[in-house]
Design a protein around this ligand. Sequence first.
Ligand code: SF4
Length: 243
Amino acid sequence: MSMDRETACRIYSLLLKKYDDPGSPRTFLEFENPYQILVLTILSAQTTDRNVNAIRNEIFERFPEPEDLAKARTEEVEAIIRSLGFYHAKASHIIGTARSLVGRFGGRVPRTMEELLTLPGVGRKTANIVLNHAYGIDEGIAVDTHVRRVSGRIGFSSHPDPSRIEHDLMRLFPVEVWGNLNYLLIRHGRAVCTARNPKCSECPVRPDCAYYSLHSNCVEPRGSIRPRRAHGRPETLQTHSSR
Ligand code: SF4
């Protein structure tokens, strides 16, 4: 990791300025309590938050408390979450998690990383999201596909592995901004630094972006840039000077 903290904080300030909409929710999943954000985050693997939000009413009307989900028939849960993909595994995970909450934690969602990681289907990303959104605890930084991609392009981390990326982000940024950093990188990844065609011409952080610096001069005849492989994945960048 070559980026220094001063540059990282400057980038953070620019992203904050761009995406700090007063009153906008800081989460993308619609939840009302720790149990709901835990279940929804497990279900959000390999699908969009919009898809998960679309089934949230049905799942929590049918299983409003961990005790209800712990007693659920697998087939009934699968029928509700089928649209999310991987529904066999996800049903098993959320039922198993509910049984653990009831059996080992008195029906409550635990408040520590160590305990959360014992639940089926819960890794560091899910645990970080639950701790931050449910309890305001910042023990780490959730690294999803947007955080991973944007962090790699900007130069916060040169690693493809989420746990190494999280480690690099935690070294670069003070703990006070960890939760908000996840939010800002996801917003940026969705709106500007998109997977297929990052909109570098609209991006406020391009003066400090490693990806932009590396690729902005490689303009091909038709005005597009075909970057070299970045972190093992071929990507196409729309030039900031497209003609
Ligand atoms: S300059 Fe381009 S690649 Fe860099 S963060 Fe902005 S949109 Fe992403």
